[in-house]
Design a protein around this ligand. Sequence first.
Ligand code: GLN
Length: 473
Amino acid sequence: MPMIEEILERIRSGEMKPSEHLEEKIEVLEHREPELNAFITKTVDLAREQAKEIDKIVESGGGEAFYGLIWGIKDNFALKGIRMTCGSKMLEDYIPPYTATPVQKILDNHGVILGKLNMDEFACGSSGETSYFGPTRNARDPEYVPGGSSSGAGAAVAAGIVDLALGSDTGGSIRNPASFNGVVGLKPTYGLVSRYGLADLAMSLDVPGPLAPDAYGIALAMDVLQGFDSKDRVSARRKLPFLESIDSFDPEHVRISVSESLLNGVDPAVRKTTEHVIRFFESKGVEIVDVDLPDIWAAFPTYYLVMYPEFASAMQKFDGIRYGHRVDASTLYETVAQSREEGFGKEIKRRITMGTFISMAKNAEWYKLALRARTTLLHMFENAFKQADIIVSPTVPTLPFKLGERINDPVKMYMADALTVPANLTGIPAISFPAGWKGRLPIGVQLMGPRFTDHILVSAVRFFEKEGKQWSE
Ligand code: GLN
C-alpha cells in the first residue's frame, strides 16, 4: 500500500490529479467492498463532484491540507443531506440537517468523502458484528472480525479503499479495529477534537480521531481535526504540532514503561509483539522503567458502570416521535415502546436496561463507587507519568477472532476492551500501531502518554516505522 506521503507527492507534483486518484480508489471499492461490507452509504457521485473541484484548486496551486485524499466517515458523524444511521434500524432513514465539526474540517481542507462507514450499532461493540447493516469483515482475512466499533474504518483503510478514516473512540473503538486490521489509529486527548455532530455513546468518554495506514497520515489528519470549537462544551483550547514534530522523536530523552499488569493473561503472540517493541526502543537508547499500575484491573468494571448510564441517557431521545424509527400504536406509551422494541438491536437494549438499572436511586452507590474509582485511576496514571513518558501495552489482549465466535458471550466480547478503556476513563491519548503478525493476522501495540502529548506518541510510532521491524511468527 503506498504511504500517504507518496500519494500527496504525486498529487502535488501534478503527476496524478485528485480525480484520477479517486477513480483508482473507486476501483478498489468495487473490488473489495462486496466481501468487506465496510460502507453503509457510498457517496461516489458526491466524491466525483468534490474531486473535480479540487482538481482545479490543485492546478492553481492550492489544495492543502489533503489535496483530494480520500476519506471514509464513520456513520455516527453528521454530514448534511447524507443519511446517517449509526449502524441502527432506529436511524435507517435519518438525514441530518447539519455537518459535524470534524467532517466540515475535512471538507474545508480538500478531503474527498467516499462514504459513510459501517460500525457496531451506536458504536456499542468490539467486533463490528452488531450493525443492523450486517457485519464488516477483516481486510486481512475475511473469516475474522475487523474489530469495532469503527469496523468499516479499520477495514476500509487496511484494504486501501480510502486513504484516511474518521472514527470515534469511547472505550477502544478506534484502536481496536486499527489493531485488528493492521493500521494506525489515534484516540486523542479528550477534548482535543470536537464532538459536535457525533452521536453520543457516553459523552464523558467519547472522542473523535483518525485511522490511517501510517503515522504520517495520522499527523496530517490531526493537524486539521484538532482545535477549539465553541459548539462543544468540553473542547480544549489547544493545538499540538503534529506534522511539525513528526520526525523529532529523540530516544535519548524518552522513558518508556513496561508494566507486567498490562501483560497479564494476554495471548502469547500479542505478548511477544509488545516485548519486541519494548526491546526495539531499548536498543535505540530509550530508558525502560518498570512502572507499577496496581489499580489497572479496576478500569474494566468502572468503564461499564460509567458508560451504561451515560448511554441509556443518550438513547432517550430515540422515541419514534421526534427521532427515529416509528411504529404507530394506539397509545403514546405503546408507540414509544414498540418503536424502541423494533428500532434497537439486542446489545443496545442490554445497555439501556443496565444503564437504567444503575441509575435507579437505590443503586446510586455503585455509580458513586465508579466515579471514585475513576479518580483513583487518574491519580495512578499521574504517578506513573512521573516515572515514564510513554506507557506501552498490547492494544487488544487477543488476536482477531472469527466471525460469530463471541457474539453470544457479551462478557468475553467486553474483555477485548480491557487495555483500551483506561485511556478513555482518564482522558489521556493512546495510539495503536501495527507491530507484529501471526500468520495473516495483524497485532497492534498501544502507546499511552500524559494529556496533550498526542504528537509525541505519533512521532514514536513514526520512529518505529522508520527504524524498527514488525515481529512475525
Ligand atoms: N467496545 C467498547 C464498547 O462496546 C467501546 C466502544 C467504543 O469505543 N465506541 O463499549
